[in-house]
Write a new protein. Structure first.
Length: 147
């Protein structure tokens, strides 16, 4: 299965984005068996338009995710194995909503905490500076972002 998801379909990314544009290419591939269970390989690629924390300009950040996820048939099966933190992440089979949520999770995890240009193009323009509220950093703190 291969889907191109618009970045605007992921509301939890919105706060981190400079622009809500682009698409995430999502590839789901069944793996016949892993540790006796069905598994999926999830690959994501795309570019997110983040905000440079130094000049507040737009910063194109390439995102690459490549994960193997085991499929569980029931929620009970997942709950029973929650204690085993070494096990690969499990998802319920055949639920598109859950795949969407999972993709969103992976994207949130792939975001850098403080994205910065290697070399900022110039001084912040008036337009870029007004886009970002002076309290944006404070908001991040209050949301407890620390990864
Ligand atoms: Zn910059």
């Amino acid at each position: 299965m291969q889907v191109n998801w618009p970045v605007s379909d992921f509301p939890r990314l919105r706060d981190s984005l400079h622009a809500n544009t682009g698409t995430i290419n999502c590839e789901l591939e069944g793996i016949p068996e892993q540790l006796g269970r069905r598994a999926l390989r999830l690959r994501l690629s795309g570019t997110l338009q983040l905000t440079c924390q130094r000049c507040l300009g737009e910063l194109a950040q390439a995102v690459r995710v490549d994960e193997v996820l085991q499929l569980a048939e029931t929620q009970a099966e997942i709950d029973a194995e929650l204690v085993n933190t070494e096990a690969p992440e499990r998802i319920l089979a055949g639920r598109e909503m859950q795949v969407h949520e999972l993709v969103e999770d992976e994207l949130v995890l792939a975001l850098p905490i403080a994205p910065r240009h290697e070399r900022c193009a110039g001084k912040p323009s008036g337009a870029a500076a007004t886009k970002q509220s002076p309290f944006a950093g404070l908001k991040d703190l209050m949301h407890g972002r620390r990864h």
